[in-house]
Write a protein that binds this ligand. Structure first.
Ligand code: TRP
Length: 325
């Protein structure tokens, strides 16, 4: 299967990114043809003014994918803006996207609620996302739960294109990553907006400090506790083996001290991320290598993009007629 997925450039990837998407995306490369990109065009929908920051964030995310095991000899990793054909397809798709479809996008609706002034870029966000996938002929799109609506919109737009112009675009299906919900330190979905993140490449001490900040209730230290509604336990269960998770659940029932449960979680997190961080630090010292990976990835992606755009342009009636009578 050809897999296409994007990730927004950010200054620090966190555990939610890793457990929620990255880990599965990387392991999918073993039996799929993966194209993953850093969505720097999309990133402009968060107000930005310093170009260097965006470049650094792109590099951070690319380095992180490599550190987490993405093999650039197998998968293509690229920067969205290195494949500018996406902008052309995007325009064409806007002409067959009903406004009602975009009005219903929850990403747009929630931005509306947060802020009075919403720009057209944010409104069009799902159309650009659709172009990302359709341009490369993605068959499956590995995403978390929160992106399902965008994939539905993509499918809808692709069907409209095909019913107008014939079977030119591949209709993709979402491929839900296996861990849809990763809670942050306050129990809400882990996200920079909620200031509840645990950074993926944090030092051991920083991980311990963050884990100690996880909200817990004030049940007395030795009293029995419910594991299932506890964020410490929930996070542990996401990363531990079944038997280890069962052991911690028993400790909760027996009346674990939260400090003990947190130490268990912190140890496991450190264990999980140590190798990733080491590789990340190593790759960070070799920027030219990471840039060369992005260059190679862009070349592979553009090969597909140029072919597909050719078909799209012909279908739409651009260029000179093929037969001259
Ligand atoms: N919207 C996605 C996110 O916020 C990122 C993204 C951009 C994407 N283009 C995509 C994901 C195409 C999948 C396919 O995480």
């Amino acid at each position: 299967m050809r897999l296409v997925s994007g990730v927004q450039p950010v200054s620090a990837l966190h555990l939610g990114h890793y457990l929620g998407a990255l880990r599965d995306q990387v392991s999918a490369q073993n039996d799929n043809d993966c194209y993953y990109f850093v969505a720097d065009y999309h990133a402009l929908t968060n107000v930005r003014s310093d170009p260097r920051v965006l470049q650094e964030e792109v590099l951070h995310v690319a380095t992180a994918y490599l550190a987490c095991g993405l093999d650039p000899d197998i998968s293509a990793l690229y920067r969205q803006s290195d494949v500018p054909e996406v902008g052309e397809l995007y325009w064409i798709l806007t002409t067959m996207t009903p406004l009602g479809l975009l009005d219903r996008a929850t990403s747009f609706k929630s931005a509306r609620v947060r802020s009075q002034s919403v720009d057209a870029g944010l409104y069009m966000y799902p159309v650009l996302q659709a172009a990302d996938v359709l341009l490369l002929g993605g068959e499956e799109v590995p995403v978390g739960q929160d992106q399902l609506q965008h994939i539905e919109i993509c499918r809808d737009i692709a069907r409209r294109f095909n019913s107008r112009y014939g079977d030119v675009l591949t209709i993709p299906v979402p491929r839900l990553t296996s861990r849809p919900f990763v809670p942050g330190t306050n129990g809400e979905k882990m996200s920079r907006i909620h200031s509840n993140t645990i950074d993926l490449f944090a030092t051991d001490d920083a991980i311990r400090a963050r884990v100690n900040q996880i909200d817990t209730d004030s049940i007395s230290a030795d009293a029995p506790k419910v594991a299932d509604t506890n964020t410490v336990y929930y996070l542990y269960k996401l990363i531990a083996s079944e038997s280890d998770a069962a052991r911690l659940a028993d400790r909760f029932t027996a009346g674990v001290r939260y400090s003990e449960a947190k130490a268990t979680l912190a140890d496991a997190l450190i264990e999980l991320t140590r190798d990733l961080r080491e590789r990340y630090d190593e790759l960070s010292r070799d920027r030219s290598y990471v840039l060369s990976v992005l260059g190679r990835g862009a070349e592979r992606a553009r090969t597909l993009a140029v072919q597909r755009m050719d078909a799209v342009r012909r279908a739409c009636g651009f260029g000179t007629p093929e037969t001259t009578a």
